[in-house]
Design a protein around this ligand. Structure first.
Ligand SMILES: [Zn+2]
Length: 112
């Protein structure tokens, strides 16, 4: 078991420390943002083409990712301006997705 203080990003070639809000997923801030943008893009694309979203991905985006970004905003030690911009952009995209899901009949796949 490692100590709580030394969680590092699990992406190959990346040795940046994972902030406390991301220690569970073992990602640094940059890689978390990359991942979140990819997943929100995919989810919005599926919404637009009327494909069902999986319950897991929807939950990840609308609760985990949102909570993590809020947590990061409060606890991040001085994010760089470009990281801050990306975090704000991600919050906007997540808000859009939230709206979309609330106002369109987005089909959610429930595993059988
Ligand atoms: Zn990383």
């Amino acid at each position: 078991m490692k100590g709580a203080a030394s969680v590092h990003c699990a992406r190959p070639g990346c040795a940046k420390p994972a902030p406390p809000a991301l220690s569970r997923v073992e990602l640094c801030l940059d890689h978390f943002l990359d991942e979140a943008f990819v997943r929100t893009d995919q989810a919005l694309a599926r919404c637009r083409e009327g494909s069902p979203l999986t319950k897991d991905s929807l939950e990840w985006l609308l609760s985990d990712a949102l909570a993590t970004v809020k947590n990061l905003e409060e606890s991040a030690d001085e994010p760089k301006p470009e990281q801050r911009d990306r975090m704000l952009e991600l919050l906007l995209i997540l808000a859009n997705l939230h709206e979309y899901v609330a106002h369109h009949s987005v089909r959610v796949e429930h595993p059988a």
